[in-house]
Write a protein that binds this ligand. Structure first.
Ligand code: HEC
Ligand code: HEC
Length: 438
């Protein structure tokens, strides 16, 4: 309420001040004491009504988009104004009474409408539902590029990354050597030969060395290239490309996140779009949409399939290069930055990555700085974390390879975002509960 009075006043003060001046001027010219008292009273009523009217306008403009539920407050205020005016200003009373009654009815109706239980008020933002099924191969491929890289044409931009987060780990350009994960150029052709590799065990999944033998009980293995790609996304642990397993797992466990599960959570149509792009960008003909969907149905149980596809906004969320502005709560920054794909972060849901160390930095950082091999510049926990994010090679945690953690977070996270991340991580200590996520 006070806030509303303030808003009304800050909006209308020039007019109100002008009214006050005018009134003081006229007051001075009235000599009859009764008339004078009467006029003073009316002046106060007038100014009060003026303020109410401005409060109504302020409430309306302020909450029109954000909180339409409180708009009837404006109507109630205007109604009050008209009634008060009609009571005290007899010459315009009739007009005001009619106007007031109309506003009263409008306010009552809309107030009642808002009071009814409802999910959300006002106008929901337009949601673009993508109909993947009816797209041409080219359109589907375009959507795939957006999901992987954050935008159309972004596959050629160094460091571009989208909702799928694949470029965090994978290179896609021919000849690009990547230490984190296999280069995905040529994957349609390579997929076929993978089925023949000794550890794949196409006909006998039980003898696979990997921690997980099948995507789910009875799902079996892939029998063609597209099914291999689908299995790679739906069950990274089912077959681990030699040399790329989780550190210390002897290639029995994959660090790749399950793509149809949180945090990446690609829907069936999105998975088909990603795969289609990987074929057509090499000039190959992609399998038909239904064929791709069928390949995923083999490895994703019905209950785990996401069928409602997200709007465009999400797919292109990372377009433009900046992953997080710092406005977001810290868990969202970890999500958008892709940290969750590589790190376990206590207190952050979905941060289950196994490429890098657990980010228990309140405990880790002081030990790193003390390490004889530490050559960085940090002298405090917060400095160490900041350095690790902005310049990961300054100190490479023992037993982890260099060049796994992306080196361009300095460009992709705003200073505010880095600050929030550093603040959070510095509070994570062995044996203590993680701090609340805002
Ligand atoms: C956190 C890192 C990471 C992310 C993110 C990631 N992957 Fe992977 N991916 C890997 C690693 C490591 C391997 C190799 C180990 C294995 O076979 O699981 C791999 C394997 C694969 C393979 C099999 C490659 C081959 O040569 O047989 C495919 C296909 C693949 N990923 C596609 C994707 C796609 C598409 C995305 C994005 C939607 C993605 N990955 C996201 C790390 C990642
Ligand atoms: C592609 C995988 C990957 C991604 C994505 C990634 N990291 Fe890392 N990170 C690593 C690896 C591997 C190491 C260990 C090697 C090293 O020190 O560079 C590491 C090390 C760190 C360390 C030092 C840990 C310690 O205990 O000394 C911090 C802090 C860190 N990462 C924070 C982040 C944050 C924050 C993000 C997201 C903005 C992120 N990482 C994203 C792979 C990744």
């Amino acid at each position: 309420m006070l806030e509303l009075i303030g808003a009304g006043f800050s909006l209308g003060w020039p007019v109100l001040a002008f009214l006050v001046c005018l009134i003081i001027y006229f007051q001075a010219s009235i000599s009859d004491p009764v008339q004078k008292k009467n006029a003073t009273f009316k002046a106060i009523i007038g100014i009060f009504c003026g303020l109410l009217a401005f409060m109504a306008i302020a409430n309306y403009t302020k909450n029109f988009n954000d909180d339409p539920g409180v708009l009837p407050v404006s109507l109630v205020l205007i109604t009050a104004v008209t009634f008060v005016m009609s009571l005290y200003f007899a010459n315009i009373g009739a007009l005001m009474k009619i106007g007031g009654f109309m506003f009263f009815v409008a306010a009552a109706l809309s107030g009642y409408g808002n009071w009814l239980p409802q999910v959300e008020g006002g106008f929901p933002p337009p949601v673009v539902k993508l109909d993947f099924q009816s797209m041409s191969s080219q359109q589907l491929g375009d959507e795939g590029e957006k999901i992987i890289f954050g935008g159309l044409g972004q596959s050629k931009v160094q460091g571009a990354i989208g909702k799928g987060q694949c470029p965090l780990c994978h290179g896609f350009q021919k000849g690009f050597l990547s230490e984190r994960a296999p280069n995905l150029f040529d994957i349609p052709a390579r997929a076929k030969t993978r089925l023949e590799e000794p550890n794949y065990h196409m006909n006998d999944p039980a003898s696979r060395p990997s921690v997980q033998k099948e995507s789910f009980e009875g799902s079996g293995t892939a029998t063609n290239a597209q099914e291999y790609i689908a299995e790679s996304h739906a069950c990274p642990n089912c077959y681990v490309v030699p040399g790329f397993g989780v550190k210390g797992s002897n290639d029995t466990e994959s660090p790749m996140p399950i793509i149809h599960k949180a945090p990446i959570s690609l829907a069936m149509g999105e998975l088909a779009a990603v795969d289609t792009w990987m074929y057509i960008r090499e000039g190959l003909e992609a399998p038909a949409y239904d064929e791709i969907i069928a390949s995923y149905e083999k490895f994703i149980p019905e209950g785990d399939r996401i069928t409602a596809t997200d709007d465009e906004e999400d797919a292109g969320a990372a377009a433009g290069g900046v992953l997080a502005t710092g406005e977001e709560p810290v868990n969202e920054i970890f999500m958008k930055g892709g940290c969750v794909a590589c790190h376990i972060i206590p207190g952050i849901e979905g941060a289950t990555g196994k490429v890098g160390p657990v980010l228990m930095e309140g405990t880790n950082a002081p030990n790193r700085i003390k390490d004889a091999g530490y050559k960085g510049n940090a002298t405090s926990t917060k400095e160490y974390i900041t350095e690790s994010i902005l310049n990961p090679s300054a100190y490479v945690v023992t037993d982890y390879p260099d060049n796994q953690m992306p080196k361009d977070f300095g460009k992709k996270l705003s200073a505010g975002a880095v600050n929030k991340v550093v603040n959070y991580l510095s509070q994570l200590k062995e044996g203590q509960d993680p701090p609340p996520v805002e």
